[in-house]
Every structure is written in C-alpha cells, then in structure tokens.
Design a protein around this ligand. Structure first.
Ligand SMILES: CC(C)(COP(=O)(O)OP(=O)(O)OC[C@H]1O[C@@H](n2cnc3c(N)ncnc32)[C@H](O)[C@@H]1OP(=O)(O)O)[C@@H](O)C(=O)NCCC(=O)NCCS
Length: 240
C-alpha cells in the first residue's frame, strides 16, 4: 500500500517534470500510448488526458499553447453514481489532425475531431467536430471564418501592426528599436541576404524559409521600415 502510494507520487512528479518541457512531454505521452505526430509542440502548461491513451490522436506540426486541456473522459458520472446507485462511464476519442493551433486555455472535450490546418481561438471550448482549414472560436467553439479569409486578413493587417509595435517601442523606451525586437515581423524589411546576424531566421520560418528567400520585403531596409512606422528621420542616422 505504502509502496504503491510512493510510486504514484513519483509518477506524478515525473509527469510534472515532463509537462514543463515539450519534447519530454511528447515522449511521455507516446510512452503512455497516445499518438503524437512529429513536429507537435506543447508550450507552457498543457494537460493531455492520458487516462485512456489510445483515445488520444494528435497529428503532426500541431501547437498547443499554455493552459490547453484535452479530455477523453468525464468523471461526471460520479453524480449519477450517488443519485442512481450505478456507475455509468463516459469517454470518447479526441483526434487533432495535422497543423492545428490551439489557443491559450482552450478546452477540447471528449469525442471531438479538429480537422487539419485549423486555428482554435483562445479560451474556446470544443464540444463538436471542427472542420479543416478554418478558424474556430468561442464556447461552444464554432467556425468564425475560413483559413483563406484569415490569411487575407493577416496579410492586410500585419504590416500596420508591426509599424504600430515599432513606434510604441520607441515611445516607451525612448530608444531606437533593435532588429532583434522583430523576430516575427522581420520578413517585412529583412534583406534576403544570409548575413542576417542574430535573428533566428531559419528556425522561425521553418518550412516557409525557401519561399522567404525567393520573396521581396515590403520595405527595402530596417531603416525604411522604422521611418514608415513614424520614428523621426534624425533619430535613424545610425540605422541601415
Ligand atoms: C481566433 C483568433 C485567431 C481570431 O483572430 P481575429 O481574426 O483577429 O479575430 P477577430 O477579432 O476578427 O474576431 C472575429 C470574431 O470572432 C470572435 N472571436 C475571436 N477570437 C475569439 C475567441 N478566442 N473566443 C471567442 N470569440 C472570438 C470575435 O469576437 C469576433 O466576433 P464578432 O464578429 O461577433 O465581433 C484569435 O482571436 C485568437 O484567439 N488567437 C489565439 C491567441 C493565442 O492563444 N495566442 C497564444 C500565443 S502563444
């Protein structure tokens, strides 16, 4: 009895350690028997229900952000047990197909499938199947737009957002922003020349790297970008 208690504590501590590191968590889940595809990452504190590991199927290149919970069972039957004197179990497979992003604190409930190339909004509660190639959000989680529409929207808004961020950085710190501050925004201004210094260009772009190299930036230089953001010209003398 004492030994089984100790082993359960050790197992819980091991689980906590694994949950703090994405690669460890992936191998922990796979050892338990869940399917987790290559390239899938878990950021922060993600909870994947492994009470029935064979009911968890996560595809390749998925991103689970902080606070996400995926459940394959409901312990709610405890209420029925007390009321009706019977144990009526509850479980269901959860499938998350390839290239799915799950926003902060979303909850994916048992018996659901999320199609490939789909974005699940922060705080959503997934109670039904969600199709491929869309953005879905809310409680209950519903499709709010197609992935194509979202792509167009981001293409339209992202440059203005990056400029607003640059200006805010300048206003708040009184200093000229550094190129390293733009580790998601750099395609807007970075020369397609491999001497890009400390920016993690290849790591960030991943499979989009080849396209990036062949493309053209919106602004010819970092200086032009900062100028367009509204930072005074006289402050940019030392910036290329
Ligand atoms: C889902 C998401 C991608 C949509 O982004 P967006 O295109 O900017 O969305 P919009 O603000 O145009 O919203 C469109 C509609 O969906 C609703 N909506 C957007 N996100 C929502 C969410 N998470 N939950 C509920 N409703 C949401 C909006 O209220 C809006 O509704 P309306 O048309 O009735 O006004 C985004 O809101 C989101 O949740 N991103 C995830 C953020 C995150 O978790 N980041 C982690 C970083 S590690």
């Amino acid at each position: 009895m004492v030994l089984s208690g100790i082993s359960s504590w050790i197992s819980k501590i091991f689980q906590r350690i694994c949950m703090s590191d994405s690669r460890l968590y992936v191998s922990f889940l796979r050892k338990k028997g869940a399917v987790v595809g290559n390239g899938t990452v878990f950021f922060g504190h993600v909870t994947i229900d492994f009470s029935r590991p064979c009911l968890v199927e996560i595809g390749r290149n998925c991103i689970f952000t902080d606070g996400v919970t995926l459940l394959t069972h409901g312990f709610d039957w405890a209420v029925l047990r007390e009321k009706y004197g019977e144990m009526v179990s509850s479980s269901g497979k959860v499938v998350v197909e390839d290239n799915v992003f799950v926003g902060v604190n979303a909850i994916i409930l048992k018996g659901t499938r999320i199609g490939k190339n789909t974005i699940i909004g922060a705080g959503s509660v997934v109670t039904h199947d969600i199709p491929s190639d869309c953005v879905a959000a809310g409680n209950p989680c519903k499709v709010i737009m197609s992935l194509g529409e979202y792509y167009k929207k981001r293409k339209k808004d992202s440059i203005e957002e990056a400029k607003a961020y640059a200006l805010e950085l300048y206003k708040k710190t009184g200093k000229i922003p550094k190129i390293e501050d733009f580790w998601e925004e750099f395609p807007i201004f970075l020369k397609r020349d491999p001497r890009w210094g400390t920016l993690p260009v290849k790591d960030q772009l991943g499979s989009a790297f080849e396209n990036f190299v062949k493309s053209q930036p919106t602004y010819g230089s970092f200086r032009d970008f900062l100028l367009a953001a509204g930072i005074p010209k006289e402050k940019l003398k030392s910036v290329n």
